[in-house]
Design a protein around this ligand. Structure first.
Ligand code: NGQ
Ligand code: ZN
Length: 452
């Protein structure tokens, strides 16, 4: 049994003082009691539930700066994707692991405690399976073992280049697995880590393949997560309409068993009708605002979604930033600009804007990862971060203002300590494997530079 005594902690929707948190060797919180005398390990600062990063493509961290060249006129996302395809053809298994470990380390330092890796690199650069078809998935698992982040691995099912079962392009050959190989991969990985299924998008799987992925998820675990990219770009909406007569979110609602185990990544282009149908299903909208901004995707109608009771979480996606505070700042800030107001989400006067946004993203993120987390409460795993009250961003702020200070201004990070599953992975800013992870990442990046 471990006992922490936090100067302050977020307990449900309040910042409480002198909070005793106890958890067992399995990392599960057993009791949380505010206003208690000192006992166990004293934690100065504000203890928060760690954030779940619900959508990452780790390898894209290594593309920073390479994609900011103007493409052909009128071309945006799809040109970026071509550049991304050329880049990923360079990566070998050591690169995949080195980049993922560095990315996860940076995520932990910024206050993420868990990550859903939407993993679609399966094959060697020539499109052939590795001797071990799970080679690259195991590299993601190995990276998480080094970094200590809580992993939900989402092996991706990718079969086609577009609606109607179009054959995959050469640039996509590292992604493609047959249905049997995909099922075998997921089942093997389920014995090693937390796993969910990820049909890449309605562009990349047929209705039959989507149904097969859903059926497979049922065999992996009760309510195993199901993630899909959907309605991110207007071209996808137009192609889906031409193929089926329905918009992508509408099509999913009509043909898949959309419910709380689903995460619809982006869902940018939803109509009010789709939104009204989707919110009551309990599915999570997987919002990735820094990437969606960078790629010029469009704006998900978060205020209307929140008003309809819709759930959401945040993802770092292309990993331009690894900060949950920054994702939330983008998410909220875009709507402030659009509406020329400040409190843009539904909230009672006097409520902390940051607190409501943060708690909603914690809940949606944990749900999307299939992780009992997101709250400091009995039954949840102890995924915790501690904000340093002496950090220049936070010093002198009253406890109730610390979270808002972090979310509005927290670059560089005021996260001091990080615990995952009841084990400290960062203490006083120190991660024991950081030097080795970053040294290996540098070597990898220099080697890649020579291949660009
Ligand atoms: C991905 N990323 O799978 O990495 C996608 C691009 C696609 C984002 N959509 C590829 N942000 O959607 O076809
Ligand atoms: Zn994505």
């Amino acid at each position: 049994m471990t006992t922490l005594h936090a100067a302050h902690a977020l307990v449900e929707d309040r910042i409480e003082a002198d909070v005793t948190i106890t958890f067992g060797p399995d990392g599960r919180i057993e009791a949380v009691t505010p206003d208690t005398p000192p006992a166990g390990e004293r934690i100065a600062g504000l203890v928060l539930p760690g954030m779940a990063n619900l959508h990452s493509h780790a390898f894209q961290r290594a593309m920073l700066g390479l994609t900011e060249r103007a493409g052909p006129e009128g071309d945006t996302f799809w040109h970026w994707r071509d550049v991304m395809y050329r880049f990923l053809a360079l990566l070998d298994p050591d690169d995949v692991q080195a980049i993922a470990a560095q990315l996860q380390l940076e995520c932990l330092r910024q206050g993420y405690t868990a990550i859903a890796e939407f993993h679609y690199l399966h094959n060697a650069p020539d499109g052939r399976p590795y001797d071990d078809p799970a080679e690259l998935s195991h590299r993601i698992v190995a990276a998480a073992a080094e970094s200590g982040i809580g992993l939900t691995l989402l092996p991706v099912l990718y079969r086609h280049a577009g609606f109607g079962g179009r054959p995959p392009t050469e640039g996509q050959r590292r992604f493609v697995l047959g249905l049997d190989a995909y099922a075998a991969l997921c089942q093997r990985l389920a014995g090693v880590t937390r796993v969910g299924v990820a049909p890449h998008s309605l562009r990349a799987v047929t209705p039959e393949e989507l149904a097969a992925a859903e059926a497979l998820a049922d065999t992996l675990a009760a309510a195993a997560p199901r993630h899909i990219h959907v309605a991110e770009q207007e071209a996808e909406v137009a192609d889906c309409l031409a193929w089926s007569g329905a918009r992508p979110v509408q099509w999913l609602l009509d043909h898949a068993g959309i419910g709380p185990s689903w995460c619809l990544v982006h869902a940018t282009h939803v109509t009010p009708e789709e939104l009204a149908r989707l919110a009551p299903t309990g599915a999570v909208a997987g919002l990735c605002p820094s990437t969606e901004t960078n790629l010029g995707d469009g704006i998900f109608p978060l205020p209307a979604w929140r008003a309809a009771g819709g759930r959401f979480g945040i993802g770092s996606d292309a990993n331009l930033t690894t900060s949950p505070a920054e994702e939330l700042r983008w998410l909220d800030g875009i709507h402030r600009l659009l509406q020329r107001r400040r409190a843009v989400m539904p909230a009672a006067p006097g409520r902390s804007i940051g607190l409501d946004l943060f708690r909603a993203a914690l809940a949606g993120g944990a749900q999307a990862l299939g992780r009992a987390a997101g709250r400091i409460a009995p039954g949840c795993v102890a995924d915790l971060v501690v904000l340093d009250p002496d950090h220049p961003t936070l010093v002198g702020r009253p406890p109730a203002a610390l979270l808002d200070a972090w979310l509005t201004a927290g670059n560089p990070t005021p996260v001091r300590d990080v615990m995952v599953d009841g084990r400290w992975v960062i203490r006083r800013g120190h991660h024991p494997a950081a030097a080795a992870i970053t040294a290996r990442f540098r070597t990898c990046m220099r080697r890649l530079a020579a291949r660009l």
